[in-house]
Design a protein around this ligand. Structure first.
Ligand SMILES: [Zn+2]
Length: 133
């Protein structure tokens, strides 16, 4: 195998079975994140309600803590939403068949790695090479 760098990659085919596996892993991941997100939203609502309910009798410090908790919860929710978007983009790309290939060496990224890091664009060895630098 001589000049195989960049451009039209040769064997960019995954078996249908594997694609199916990736899809399932991604969808499962999305559902997981979605559940976390819903949970987070209801916690925000809950904190909001608490704050309103006893803000009359609260001292300043207590109100401050609750506002802080709520802000943290909102940040968490935003992060989750961001990750959901990433996974959804990955699902789309997987459907088009151009997902899960290392952008550096062109090898397949293992299904397990994609399930754990849906936004991974490099295989483990390329990632390690990069980190060692
Ligand atoms: Zn690679």
């Amino acid at each position: 195998m001589a000049k195989a760098t960049g451009g039209t990659a040769a064997e960019r085919t995954r078996s249908a079975e594997e694609t199916e596996q990736i899809m399932q892993a991604l969808v499962a991941r999305r559902d997981e994140l979605q559940a976390e997100y819903d949970q987070s939203l209801s916690e925000i609502t809950e904190l909001q309600r608490e704050r309103l309910a006893d803000s009359a009798g609260d001292d300043q410090a207590d109100t401050g803590t609750k506002t802080f908790e709520r802000e943290q919860e909102i940040t968490l929710a935003n992060n989750l939403l961001e990750r959901i978007t990433q996974v959804e983009r990955a699902i789309e790309r997987a459907g088009e068949g151009n997902y899960g290939w290392c952008e550096r060496c062109g090898n397949q990224i293992p299904v397990e790695r994609l399930a754990a890091f849906p936004s991974a664009t490099r295989c483990v060895s390329c990632k390690q090479l990069e980190e060692r630098r």
